[in-house]
Design a protein around this ligand. Structure first.
Ligand code: 9MG
Length: 281
């Protein structure tokens, strides 16, 4: 049995887990004066948990193309009260989506047990110190370029080789800071510094990376991303459910251990179906 060690538990990876996305950026709330932002976030977490989410990933800085950076203080102020509330109220593992070590530390102190770093330690390698000090789970996602330029990188020739080489660099950095292999999860970083075709290629050939990095679980996040909109004749993010589920199905078929999604209920059902089918191979 494969496990993912976090600061609070050993998570069994005997099936593909569903990580629900909870963005706590100002544009993600429409409280209409009825709920505070924290209440809204807690209610959304509760909904995702009731739909079968295994992990809640909480982020306070948007990584969408064109997003501005926020300061450490602002990001901390956004995520910490929400993490505190969710970790206290529900037993579910909470992950913090950040590239800043100060935010990661504050989030872990507030109850997060996983750090999800979309830069794979490239922006702030002290994230690895926090992961090591607290024995948290650590997601090392593949991306290219700096925060401001990561969505406009010149394409590389061989994305499979590039991702594999960069995984080795990120893993080396993490281990060099004392992080243990059992805490690390790798992520191919769909939509970050890849061409449209390369995003498709990474999902379609994920099984190659699963074999090459068999000591590490793999996480895949395709939910509502723009490559799906391109396939579906310009579908907007809210119209990308079928495309998101199709890509989850292929990722699970190819060996993804965790999928990061907005639409938890539909994804849980898709994962159940693919898992059952895969048992017949
Ligand atoms: C924060 N974030 C946005 N997309 C992501 C993805 O594909 N994986 C992970 N781990 N985080 C992501």
């Amino acid at each position: 049995m494969v496990y993912w060690q976090t600061s609070r538990r050993r998570i069994a990876l005997d099936r593909t887990l569903v990580m629900g996305i909870l963005n706590v950026t100002p544009d993600s709330f429409s409280d209409g004066g009825h709920f505070t932002e924290i209440d809204t976030a807690v209610a959304r977490a509760e909904e995702m948990i009731s739909e079968g989410a295994d992990i809640i990933d909480i982020g306070g800085e948007s990584t969408r193309p064109g997003s501005d950076r926020v300061t450490v203080d602002e990001e901390t102020d956004r995520v910490v009260p929400v993490i505190q509330a969710i970790a206290k109220r529900f037993g579910i593992p909470v992950s913090v989506d950040t590239t800043k070590s100060e935010v990661a530390k504050a989030a872990v102190d507030a109850g997060a047990e996983i750090i999800n770093d979309i830069s794979g330690l490239r922006f702030d390698d002290r994230i690895a110190n926090v992961a090591n000090d607290y024995n948290t789970g650590l997601v090392l996602m593949h991306s290219r370029g700096e925060f401001e330029s990561m969505h406009s990188q010149p394409p590389v020739d061989d994305i499979m080789a590039e991702v594999a080489a960069d995984f080795l660099r990120s893993i080396g950095l993490a281990l060099g800071h004392g992080v243990k292999s059992e805490n690390i999860v790798l992520d191919i970083g769909i939509g970050f510094g890849k061409t449209f075709e390369q995003n498709l290629e990474l999902i379609a050939k994920l099984d190659k990376l699963v074999v090459e990095f068999d000591k590490f679980p793999l996480l895949v996040g395709t939910s509502r991303k723009s490559f799906i909109g391109k396939v579906l004749d310009g579908a907007q993010p809210g119209e990308r459910l079928s495309g998101s589920l199709a890509s989850v199905a292929i990722a699970v078929w190819n060996g993804a251990n965790i999928v990061r999604v907005h639409d938890v209920k539909e994804t849980v059902e898709t994962v159940m179906m693919v898992t059952q089918l895969k048992m017949e191979t």
